[in-house]
Write a protein that binds this ligand. Structure first.
Ligand SMILES: Nc1ncnc2c1ncn2[C@@H]1O[C@H](COP(=O)(O)OP(=O)(O)OP(=O)(O)O)[C@@H](O)[C@H]1O
Length: 280
């Protein structure tokens, strides 16, 4: 019997499982005892894990495991019923998305209807938090006009660089609503990058993306990681998770069932049983 099998037989789902991320000494993101109830439904039931800075971490689990709810609790969409979320050593539990973005923790958002009527370039230029409103106010203050103009020129330059990085600069003047599903995902990533994040959370970034664009998106993520960005990804495509994520967290029934590298997770019998719908 392998170690994993032995662990699987000795422990039930309600007990704590050993977590390799406990070994991460200085996590960038730390989720502890996270719990979220919706009426009588417990969607997340005491999930705890850590994400190392500069890592590409995957969050997986069968349908209904609590991945999206966990994601939404971390990114300020849901208020957790209990537990804490720490980012860069600070408690950020329950902070709204804009406050998290100011601290460097961002998630991708689908392009909203109003934004789909704007061009790709406008979408990217609007992404930095507070940019437009702030500039508009500062533009009317005497003495600051020059500085504002310089700021805006920087944003335009950065917007073009970001579009070119994702190879969608040729679409700059196209309405965002006319993009294909895959091109939209690239635009969503470009918008995120404009906020100068430290950590990016991605929920199903490859859903509906054709293989060519998928490769492009994954290449860009790998490149950004090499520059020091941290990624946490919820994704159903196991091949992508196993190939690209060096740390994988498996959720089941609202808790962390197992975690480790691809090999560790793949040979963990509890993971297999959870995916097959077995009683773990
Ligand atoms: N707003 C809500 N109200 C009530 N129950 C909810 C709500 N959101 C999620 N749930 C329930 O919480 C549980 C976890 O759902 P969640 O969407 O987080 O899982 P998931 O792992 O992301 O699933 P999937 O892979 O199918 O997207 C499910 O039983 C789901 O029905």
């Amino acid at each position: 019997m392998s170690d994993a099998e032995a662990v699987g037989r000795e422990r039930g789902p309600s007990e704590d499982v050993p977590t390799t991320s406990e070994a991460i000494d200085s996590p960038l993101l730390e989720v502890e005892g996270l719990r979220k109830e919706f009426g009588g439904v417990t969607a997340v039931d005491g999930a705890s894990f850590r994400v190392a800075p500069g890592s590409f971490t995957g969050l997986i689990g069968p349908n209904g495991a609590g991945k999206s709810t966990t994601f939404n609790c971390i990114t300020g969409i849901h208020d957790p019923t209990a537990g804490t979320v720490r980012f860069d050593g600070r408690d950020v539990t329950g902070l709204p998305p804009y406050a998290l973005a100011e601290r460097g923790l961002v998630r991708t958002f689908q392009i909203a209807r109003e934004l789909s009527e704007m061009t790709v370039l406008e979408n990217v230029m609007l992404a930095p938090p507070g940019q437009v409103g702030e500039s508009a106010i500062r533009a009317v203050l005497p003495g600051l006009r020059e500085e504002v103009e310089r700021d805006e020129a920087d944003v335009v330059e950065e917007a073009w660089e970001t579009l070119s990085f994702f190879e969608i600069d040729h679409l700059a003047h196209e309405n965002a609503g006319n993009l294909s599903g895959g091109q939209r995902k690239l635009l969503e990533m470009a918008r995120v990058l404009m906020t100068d994040p430290e950590m990016v959370l991605l929920d199903e970034p490859l859903a509906g993306v054709n293989p060519t664009l998928e490769e492009k998106l994954l290449d860009r993520i790998d490149e950004l990681r090499r520059e020091g960005l941290t990624f946490l990804l919820v994704e159903h495509d196991m091949d992508v998770i196993m190939e690209h994520c060096e740390h994988i967290i498996v959720m089941h029934q609202g808790r962390v069932l197992a975690e480790g590298d691809a090999e560790t997770v793949q040979r963990d019998e509890r993971v297999l049983e959870a995916y097959l719908g077995g009683d773990v």
